[in-house]
Design a protein around this ligand. Structure first.
Ligand SMILES: *Cc1c(COP(=O)(O)O)cnc(C)c1O
Length: 404
């Protein structure tokens, strides 16, 4: 994705052409970029040879899941819907792990019937529920136990999951109790220790700390876990500073960890695989002059891209066609929704924009469409994929009639 002369291109197709052909707001993904990300991740972690399970909640588009499956990745799911979607996309049950704090009876039964690789349980009562269902079906179910390592991921508080005040996983004390319990169970097969300390982690130190904690607790269990599931959370760059998590460093610490612990590593990346593969193309409806700034009112809103409103996340905004005429007004990019949090950021120096001009909101491949809604009764945007110089619709624009 880059400018050629004045035009923003996705692979070899102009963003402005895509907007004209498919309408706006429009989610657009690059398969080349997705393939590169997967290759990059695999290369960086080659020395630990992990099972990589894509986190479906970051982007559950069936076509994208098919491509991800083709490139040898499994899936990490957090609901029966995601599990069904992963299976529909052709991902084999033996490459699927199921996480989440509130799996219902129906979800657990489905996962057991489908014989997925692992159910990662997050509480004592969930373990008891899985055991009860396994007994009913006279089977032995592979489970992991999610530890809450009480590690600060040093990311946004809203996407931090590994501290003791978070609802995820169990404390070290509870973990040891549950290990003892599951080891003795006739219907549970203890296979895995899992963790996931948060998302958009840019510093490898929290991971290093987490590995040290795992090391200690594994020693205490005196148990050889077949799998250690380290979760996802690897951060990407959302701005110009190009700072991303140093994957090589992280991978080296895991390698060190494996010298003492002979287990197969599972990784559950979402954002680091899909985040920078997608853009959101939007059209300016109005340029509204305000007191000290101009509001650029877009046809995309918080229902299409929730991250700024939900986490105060920043996504870069760029013009689809450069015109080299800068304003001296501050531009605040907002959507049409009746909420003051429906905004995408302010820019001091942006090119002059008028009605019908197109802009690009960058790096929306992860937690973009998956967090979208019909709020204000707005139909969901279309999604397209650029593959071998061709753009095709991978999710149709929702029709008004479907939601009225
Ligand atoms: C959300 C989530 C992930 C993926 O996180 P990313 O930051 O997108 O890599 C992985 N594992 C679990 C259990 C999750 O909840």
């Amino acid at each position: 994705m880059k400018y050629v002369n004045k035009n923003f291109f996705v692979e070899d197709i102009k963003a402005s052409y895509l907007a004209e052909k498919f309408g706006t707001p429009l989610y657009c993904y690059s398969l080349n970029k997705l393939t590169n990300n997967i290759r990059n991740l695999k290369n960086n972690f080659k020395k630990i040879d992990p099972i990589i399970c894509f986190s479906v909640k970051s982007n559950p588009n069936t076509n994208l899941l098919r491509e991800i499956n083709k490139q040898g990745l499994g899936a990490d799911v957090v609901s029966i819907g995601e599990l069904m979607k992963a299976l529909k996309a052709g991902i084999k049950p033996k490459n699927i792990v199921f996480s989440g704090v509130g799996k219902t009876k129906v979800e657990i039964e489905y996962a057991i019937k489908k014989k997925i690789l692992l159910i990662n349980a997050e509480s004592k009562n969930e373990i008891l529920q899985i055991e009860k269902i396994a007994r009913k079906y006279k089977t032995k179910v592979n489970v992991g136990i999610r530890l809450n390592p009480n590690t600060d991921a040093k990311t946004l508080s809203q996407i931090s999951t590994g501290k003791k005040e978070n609802k995820f996983g169990v404390s070290d004390k509870e973990f040891l109790t549950l290990v003892r319990y599951v080891k003795k169970s006739k219907n549970l097969n203890l296979k895995c220790l899992s963790v996931h300390i948060g998302s958009q982690i840019l510093d490898s130190k929290p991971y290093e700390k987490m590995l040290k904690i795992l090391d200690k607790i594994i020693k205490k269990t005196k148990f050889n876990f077949e799998y250690i599931d380290l979760g996802g959370g690897m951060g990407i760059s959302y701005n110009n500073d190009k700072k991303t998590l140093n994957l090589d460093k992280y991978s080296n610490s895991i390698k060190k960890f494996l010298k003492k612990n002979k287990s197969k590593i599972i990784l559950e990346p979402g954002r680091s695989i899909i985040g920078n593969t997608g853009i959101l193309i939007s059209k300016v409806i109005y340029n509204k002059e305000g007191h000290k700034k101009n509001f650029i009112i877009l046809d995309a809103a918080m229902n299409d891209l929730m991250r700024p409103a939900l986490y105060n996340a920043k996504h870069q905004i760029k013009p689809a066609i450069k015109n080299n005429s800068y304003t001296n007004k501050v531009y605040e990019f907002v959507g049409p929704i009746c909420e003051s949090t429906d905004k995408f950021g302010s820019y001091k120096k942006f090119q002059k924009l008028k009605e019908n001009d197109l802009i690009i909101i960058c790096d929306v491949g992860a937690y973009g469409v998956s967090l979208s809604s019909n709020y204000n009764l707005r139909p969901k945007p279309a999604e397209i994929l650029i593959k071998k110089s061709k753009a095709s619709v991978i999710s149709k624009r929702q029709k008004l009639i479907e939601i009225i």
